[in-house]
Structures are given as C-alpha cells and as structure tokens.
Design a protein around this ligand. Structure first.
Ligand SMILES: Cc1cc2nc3c(=O)[nH]c(=O)nc-3n(C[C@H](O)[C@H](O)[C@H](O)COP(=O)(O)OP(=O)(O)OC[C@H]3O[C@@H](n4cnc5c(N)ncnc54)[C@H](O)[C@@H]3O)c2cc1C
Length: 285
C-alpha cells in the first residue's frame, strides 16, 4: 500500500523550486515515475511530498545548436531521443542506449534526467552521456549551477543533488567533426525488463581519440579516462583494441549480484569494449 503524501503539480519552474526549498529529505521529484512509483509502492522511500514536474514547459526543452550542442530538458523522454535525427547522427551511442532501455510504452514515460537522478550504477544512459562530456544543470530557489556528469554520481543511488535542488537539463557539446562516431552495447538478463549486467559506450572523435563509458562495474557509472589515455597513446588498431579489452579489467571493480557474477562482468566488459571499438573502426573504413 502507498503511504500518504502531498502532491504538487506546479506549472512553472519557480513554483517547483519554492516547494523544494522546504525539503527536509522527504520530498521527491516525479518525472516519468518509472523508478519513483516502484520505490513508493515497495515502501523503499518515505515520501511526504511529491512534486510532479511534467507540466512545467521550461523542462520540455530539446534543442540542438550547431557549434554549441544539444540541450535536453528534464521532461524529455527516451522515445524522443530515439526519434531525433540529431541524436541518431551526432550522439549515436545515446540513441543506442535509449533504444535498449525497457519497452516502447515505458520509454514514452522514462526521462533521460530521471535515469541519471535515480543514481543506479546499472542505468543504461550514463555511459553514453559520459563519453560526450555531458554537463548537468542544477537549480534551486537560490540559483543555478552546472556540474560535469562524471562528478554528479557519488555512490549507489546517490548524486550530488542537495535536498533543495533539482536537475533542469543535461547539455552535450556538439561533437563537431563528421568523423565523430559512437555506439553502446550492453549485456542484460532479459531484453526490455532489466538494467544492464554490464554496458559499454565507445566513441572515436574527429581526431581519432577514443572515449569509453561503462556501467554496472562500480558503485557509479564510469568514464575510463586512464584506459583511454593509454589506448590513445598506442593509437587505435586491431592490436591495441585487443590490449584494451584485456586491460579494462584493471580499471573496473564489479561485484557479484542478482544480475551477474563479478567474473562474468569482468569478462563481458572486455568483450563489449572490443565489439564497440571494432564496430567504430569498421564504420570508418
Ligand atoms: C520494467 C522496467 C524496465 C526498465 N528497464 C530499464 C533499462 O533497461 N535500462 C535502464 O537504464 N533503466 C530501466 N528502467 C528504469 C527507468 O525506466 C529509468 O531509470 C527511467 O529513465 C527513469 O526516468 P523517470 O522519468 O521515470 O524517472 P522517475 O521515476 O520519475 O524518477 C527517478 C528518480 O529521479 C528523481 N528525479 C527525476 N527527475 C528529477 C529531476 N529533474 N531532478 C531531480 N531528481 C529527479 C526522482 O525523484 C526519482 O528519485 C526500467 C524500469 C522499469 C519499471
């Protein structure tokens, strides 16, 4: 049974932020509700106040500016990402990740911002956002701040959002070069009904440099910059991809849980990295 809570459905952002400013750790933002309603139903959280943000037009923004980048508001759902030609062409890994998330009806509700705010280490969208140096715009009644996504996650189900703050949008810089390309591969137990057992996003930019994002192998999604640096110093070849597919095991700390064993995750991280980088190299040829 659901516990009792107040429900607010503000029509402007300012109103939502004012309600949030009184938060004593018992107020939750409701976007698509695909994570939040499950947590409520199973009494995993003790919510006294719910702020439904779906009727706030400022949060619907979904706009690409050439030379600058893509702004994705807090109400933008996964199916909108999949249907966007810009996302498909310029941020292909994000398109791939949105397309494997859950099922079509669920993707009509599940937002990108909800996916990151939920703070799950196995969420599908963060690796693809991390390889594009995504920035998170956070607002409170006191003002706004922007943080790199790689600093946003602080632990399992934890982010650096303060109680009086919410995310208003995520920004992805324009990759610029037509040579820039990316992809996302994941391993999961049940298609459409589960988070990743492990998922890897790979990007090769216009200068031929690789970026690697991964989920479900640590307490937060990760950008593997140290591995990228070593790989990029070698240059991306069949041999260096094989090397990286082995070496990745030294850059992640998976655990065994209901989805997969630690050993399986270590193995699959290498398999998916090799699959991703090889696919991107073939795409260039
Ligand atoms: C059957 C099923 C299958 C699923 N499969 C997958 C899958 O394959 N891959 C995957 O990654 N996920 C999956 N999910 C999880 C879920 O659909 C996603 O995490 C979704 O993107 C969350 O977005 P939402 O809009 O529904 O968020 P909500 O449920 O509304 O919110 C999620 C959390 O984020 C907070 N929040 C939301 N918006 C904001 C904001 N603007 N500012 C601050 N906090 C905010 C909420 O308070 C809540 O704590 C699945 C869920 C279900 C039920």
């Amino acid at each position: 049974m659901l516990s009792k809570f107040d429900y607010a459905k503000p029509l402007v952002l300012e109103e939502a932020l004012n309600v949030l400013s009184k938060n004593e750790g018992d107020t939750y933002i409701l976007a698509g509700g695909t994570d939040l309603l499950i947590a409520l139903r199973h009494n995993l959280i003790d919510a006294k106040h719910i702020i439904d943000i779906k009727s706030i037009p400022e949060l619907d923004v979904f706009e690409f500016v050439e030379g600058k980048g893509l702004l994705i508001g807090a109400n933008v759902v996964c199916n909108a990402l999949i249907e966007s030609e810009i996302v498909k062409e310029k941020y292909t890994a994000l398109h791939d990740a949105a397309a494997v998330l859950a099922t079509y009806p669920l993707r009509n509700r599940a937002t990108l911002v909800g996916n990151i705010c939920n703070g799950s280490p196995g969420a599908d969208l963060p690796p693809s956002l991390l390889i594009y140096d995504a920035e998170v715009k956070i607002a409170s009644a006191e003002g706004e701040r922007t943080v790199p996504l790689k600093e946003f996650f602080t632990g399992v189900k934890k982010t650096q959002l303060a109680a009086n703050e919410m995310v208003v949008s995520v920004f992805l810089p324009d990759p610029g070069s037509a040579e820039d390309r990316s992809c996302y591969y994941r391993q999961t137990r049940l298609k459409g009904h589960d988070l990743s057992s492990v998922g890897v996003a790979c990007r090769i930019n216009g200068d031929g440099k690789a970026a690697i994002g991964i989920n479900a192998v640590a307490i937060t999604p990760l950008r593997l910059t140290a591995l990228e640096d070593e790989l990029n110093a070698k240059g991306i070849t069949e041999e260096s991809i094989d090397w990286a597919a082995e070496e990745i095991q030294n850059h992640i700390k998976p655990i065994s849980d209901v989805r997969a064993s630690k050993e399986y995750r270590l193995h699959m991280a290498g398999v998916l990295l090799k699959r991703g980088l090889t696919h991107l190299m073939e795409k260039e040829a």
